[in-house]
Ligand binder design. Sequence first.
Ligand code: PAF
Length: 285
Amino acid sequence: MPVKIITTVSEMQNYSRGFSKAGKTIGFVPTMGYLHKGHLSLVKKSKETCDITVVSIFVNPTQFAPNEDLAKYPRDFERDKKLLEETGCDAIFFPDSAEIYPDSFQSYVDVTKITRILEGAYRPTHFKGVTTIVSILFNCVKPDCAFFGQKDAQQAAVIKRMVKDLKIDIKINVEPIVREDDGLAMSSRNIYLSKEDRENALVLYKSLTLGKEMIEAGERNADKVIDAMSGRIAEVKSARLDYIAIAKAETFDLAFKLEPGKSYYMLIACRIGATRLIDNFLVTV
Ligand code: PAF
């Protein structure tokens, strides 16, 4: 069946209302397009879990700072549409900026604590844009379940916090990172990497692997793990580290001493040449 393209908020809401009334569950995958296997794995998960799957494609201006890559963010709707059709997505919500943010727009959603550390410290306006657009998209698509990638682990934690705090009745699912064969986490931004940068970008995965091995070998001091991981990153001349951190998986509080039975995200943000990449491993001690 051809995928349905919906561009207006009212049509999107009517589409979803119709299926909900008929007792069908709606799964939702929010994206900014330029889809890769990571996105498609979320679509597949939604199809396994829900009756109807909606994917949004919207490059959200409010989550980009003025110095970031909004204008050059990769876009290819026809390619995305084909991939989504092949994966069996039912509808694509593809609004333009004026549909979402008309001139009169003046309401934002702000999660105040976990958005201030790590990604939030380097991109101070980013999460407010994300929580605002995700709230808007939730109100347009009206899903029962929404699917996010672990690649943006802090984003997923922020969304979970928002959903809990604002009592939003949507189940948030976080699905594992999809990697290239050599370990590089899939990302729409990988397209920016030159051949040399692409090779150097593997250092994020190597650094995370080193940290995981240290924890598996019994290291419980987070600073020692982070020091060794930073050393591995420093072996690549063109790598400029923003942060390496270990955060408690549930709360995203930074961890210092790793406790048995608890789960942690090991997180890296690093520039390779001009491209800023993030990656993480989820480990249970
Ligand atoms: O993860 C993304 O692609 C974006 O942050 C999201 C969730 C689609 C909001 O614009």
